[in-house]
Design a protein around this ligand. Structure first.
Ligand code: ZN
Length: 259
């Protein structure tokens, strides 16, 4: 069985500028997730914002089956042309897992087509993520809920389109609820947004959270990659149309491509 090629993308700023964050993620959130989901069927690469082309060269994007995305304070610094390439690759089939504050990333907002805004509060409160799809591949091995003792609160309304599947609903000690695990398909690509992961809490050291991410990688693995085309299609059967209907006439070559 061929390995799933996973690229973990991280902004990697807080871990360098904030000593507290550095103490939790000394090698960066990307490396902690890479170590935490490391598995015989994953071939993992990491990429970060300050690398040339954000570490997302054409070669890396083309050779990624599933990309993970974590960003927080520097979404605006991500180059639009790189976002365009990642977006195109998702539509062609690449899986994308967007984590926590990645809800405001350019790539997620573009794929959703909505603001992706939400309520938030940083009070280290308890969160309980209710597993409402216990037979879904993403929740394999997860019980009725995951409990996190200290988290940042994200609350509804979360401005996202209706998901294909709502996998987790969070309850917070302060009273809010949140759609914490949602799936979408865009083009041929599968997308999973997963809420946990604030940088000042050791969320990505939690084995259940890492298990959900591993499951999501396997779920989001592409079934195929297909480049977008929009060809004129010759009829399979004889068409017996009557009357004389005009054509607006987009000129095409013999391959059916617009000239
Ligand atoms: Zn956060």
């Amino acid at each position: 069985m061929s390995k799933i090629k996973v690229t973990i993308w991280n902004e990697f700023r807080h871990e360098k500028s904030n000593d507290f964050v550095k103490s939790i993620y000394p090698n960066g959130i990307h490396q902690q997730i890479a170590d935490g989901i490391s598995n015989v069927d994953f071939d993992i690469l990491t990429a970060t914002l300050d690398e040339p082309e954000h570490g997302l060269t054409d070669n890396v994007i083309e050779n990624t089956d599933v990309m993970l995305w974590w960003g927080h304070c520097a979404h605006g610094e991500v180059r639009d042309d790189i976002v365009e390439k990642v977006h195109k690759r998702v539509l062609e089939g690449m899986g994308l897992i967007v984590l926590h504050s990645g809800h405001f990333s350019k790539i997620f907002k573009r794929l959703m087509g909505t603001n992706c805004s939400l309520k938030w509060r940083e009070e280290a409160e308890k969160e309980r993520l209710w597993n409402i799809e216990p037979y879904h591949p993403i929740t394999e091995g997860i019980g009725d809920f995951i409990e996190l003792p200290n988290t940042e609160m994200y609350g509804e309304r979360y401005d996202i389109p209706n998901p294909d599947k709502l996998i987790f609903i969070s309850w917070f000690e302060g009273g809010e609820v949140f759609r914490s695990g949602v799936t979408y398909s865009r083009g041929h690509g599968k997308i999973f947004y997963f809420r946990p992961g604030h940088e000042t809490y050791p969320i990505y050291h939690n084995q259940e959270i890492l298990k959900v991410i591993s499951n999501a990688v396997r779920w989001a693995k592409p079934q195929l990659f297909r480049e977008d085309v929009c060809p004129m299609s010759p009829a399979l059967e004889e068409i017996k149309s009557t009357g004389d209907f005009g054509r607006a006439g987009i000129e095409q070559n013999s391959e059916g491509e617009a000239l």
